[in-house]
Design a protein around this ligand. Structure first.
Ligand code: PLP
Length: 416
C-alpha cells in the first residue's frame, strides 16, 4: 500500500453539500468546529441509521431466533463486513472493540502477554498518544521487557536509521506506532516501518486513530500485524473501535476479556473459547454503534470517498499552515508541508497559555483544544509544555480558518 492512495481522478468534495448534513451548523451561534481530531461531528445519515435500526430492528445479537434477533444479527454481521471493507480488511480479521484504546490494550494483554518476555524490547515513538504508550509501559513492567523510544526531530519526524539500530539488537518483538500523530500531524512512514520490522522478525501495531478519518487506508496492503482505529473520529458514534489482526496471529491469541459470547463450552471448572474474532468480543457488543459506524463508512463514500475528503483536508491544512504560519508570535509544531501531515495544526501563541487561547477563541464560537492532547511525553520531548490544536474535517472551510486566525489575533491583542 502507499500511505495515501493516489486515485487517478479523485472526486471533488462538494463542501456545501457536506455541510448541509451536519445539524450543529444550523445553530444560530455560527459554531466553527475545529476539534474533529478529538471527535468528529455526526452527519444526519449516521444518526438516522442508528435511529432506524434502534427503533425497528434492534435486539441483542448472537443465537437469538426471533425475527428481531435475526435482523439484528444480520445487521451486525453486515456492519462488520462494511467496516472491514472500508479499510481493505476482512471480517475474519476485524475485531469490534469499544475504542482504539481498548484495541491496543487487547493486543497488550493477549498477543504481547504471550509473546513478549524478560529481556525483550518494544519500540514506540515519542509522539505516541497515551493510548499507544501506557499499555506498553505497563506490559514491559509486568514482563520485564524494555520500552524504547524513536526520537522525534525538530520537523516532527522519526528517524528510520534509529529504528534499524533498535531492530539490529535482535530483541525487538513489537514496533507500535501512530499512523498520523494527533499533535504534530506527522504522517509516519508506516509501510517502511512494517517492511523493516518484519525483515527482523518483529511484529508491528499501527495506531490508525487519526489516519482512518482523513486518508484512504488499506490495512491488507499495508501488512501490519495489528491495526487499530476508533469510530467516533470517522463521523461515527462513540463506544466503538476496531482492531484488525492478521489471521495467522489471531488464531493463536488468548482471549483478553472473558465472559458471555466469547465461549464455546462452559463447565463448572473449565471453559473452551470461541474461535475467530468472537473470542475477543466478550459481552454484548456495541450493536447500534456498529450499524452507525457502517453508515459512516457509507456516508464517506456517498460524499465522494476518502480520497476526495483527503484532498480537501490537505488543501485546508496547507491554507492553515500558511495563514497561521504568517502570523507573528505563532509557532507551529510538526512538518511544514501539508502533504506530509494529517489535517490538524498544533501551535503555540507566544506569551499566551494554550488554555487562555482556547477560551478566548471560544468567545467567538471557534472550537479548538488546548493542553497536551494525551501526549505528555511528546510535549516534554519537544520542550513545549502545552499546545493549542485546531483539527479539520470534510466540512471545514477556509473561512473557518480565517475565523480562527482573527480570533487568535484577538487573543494576542488581549494579552498585549
Ligand atoms: C493517535 C490517537 N490514538 C489513540 C487515541 C484514542 O482514541 P480513543 O479515545 O477513541 O480510544 C486518539 C484519540 O485522540 C488518538 O488521536
Amino acid at each position: 500500500m502507499s500511505d495515501v492512495a493516489a486515485p487517478s481522478s479523485p472526486a471533488t468534495l462538494d463542501v456545501a453539500a457536506v455541510r448541509a448534513q451536519f445539524a450543529y451548523l444550523d445553530r444560530p451561534e455560527g459554531i466553527v468546529y475545529l476539534d474533529s481530531g478529538a471527535s468528529a461531528q455526526k452527519p444526519r445519515p449516521v444518526l438516522d441509521a442508528m435511529h432506524e435500526f434502534g427503533g425497528l430492528h434492534f435486539a441483542n445479537v448472537h443465537r437469538g431466533v426471533h425475527r428481531l434477533a435475526v435482523e439484528a444479527d444480520t445487521a451486525y454481521n453486515a456492519a462488520r463486513a462494511r467496516i472491514a471493507a472500508f479499510v481493505g480488511s476482512t471480517p475474519r480479521e476485524t475485531i469490534i472493540t469499544k475504542s482504539v484504546t481498548e484495541a491496543i490494550n487487547l493486543v497488550a494483554h493477549s498477543w504481547a502477554a504471550q509473546n513478549v518476555g524478560a529481556g525483550d524490547e518494544i519500540v514506540i515513538s515519542q509522539m505516541e498518544h497515551h493510548a499507544n504508550l501506557v499499555p506498553w509501559q505497563q506490559l514491559c513492567r509486568r514482563v520485564g521487557a524494555t520500552l524504547r523510544y524513536l526520537e522525534v526531530d525538530e520537523q516532527g519526524r522519526i528517524d528510520l536509521d534509529q529504528l534499524d539500530g533498535f531492530l539490529a539488537g535482535g530483541r525487538v518483538k513489537l514496533v507500535a506506532i501512530a499512523h498520523v500523530s494527533n499533535v504534530l500531524g506527522t504522517r509516519n512512514p508506516v509501510e517502511e516501518v512494517v517492511r523493516r520490522a518484519h525483515a527482523q522478525g518483529a511484529r508491528v501495531l499501527v495506531d490508525g486513530a487519526q489516519a482512518v478519518p482523513q486518508q484512504p487506508v488499506d490495512v491488507g496492503a499495508l501488512g501490519a500485524d495489528f491495526y487499530g482505529w476508533t469510530g467516533h473520529k470517522l463521523y461515527g458514534p462513540t463506544g466503538i473501535g476496531v482492531l484488525h489482526v492478521r489471521a495467522e496471529l489471531l488464531a493463536d491469541m488468548p482471549p483478553f476479556l472473558t465472559g458471555g459470547d466469547m465461549i464455546n463450552i462452559v463447565d463448572f471448572h473449565e471453559t473452551s473459547f470461541a474461535t475467530g474474532v468472537q473470542r475477543f468480543e466478550a459481552g454484548t457488543p456495541p450493536i447500534i454503534e456498529a450499524v452507525g459506524l457502517a453508515a459512516a463508512c457509507d456516508w464517506v463514500d456517498a460524499v465522494g470517498g476518502m480520497a476526495a475528503i483527503h484532498a480537501h483536508e490537505e488543501a485546508i491544512t496547507a491554507y492553515a499552515l500558511d495563514r497561521l504560519g504568517a502570523m507573528d508570535g505563532i509557532r507551529l509544531v510538526g512538518p511544514r508541508d501539508a502533504a506530509e501531515r494529517g489535517a490538524l495544526t498544533a501551535f503555540v501563541v507566544d506569551g499566551v497559555h494554550p488554555h487562555d487561547v482556547a477560551e478566548i477563541v471560544a468567545r467567538r464560537e471557534v472550537c479548538v483544544r488546548a493542553g497536551q492532547h494525551c501526549a505528555e511525553p511528546l510535549h516534554r520531548a519537544i520542550g513545549i509544555p502545552a499546545t493549542t490544536r485546531a483539527s479539520y474535517a470534510a466540512h471545514t472551510t477556509r473561512e473557518e480558518i480565517d475565523a480562527l486566525a482573527d480570533a487568535l489575533a484577538e487573543a494576542q491583542r488581549i494579552f498585549g
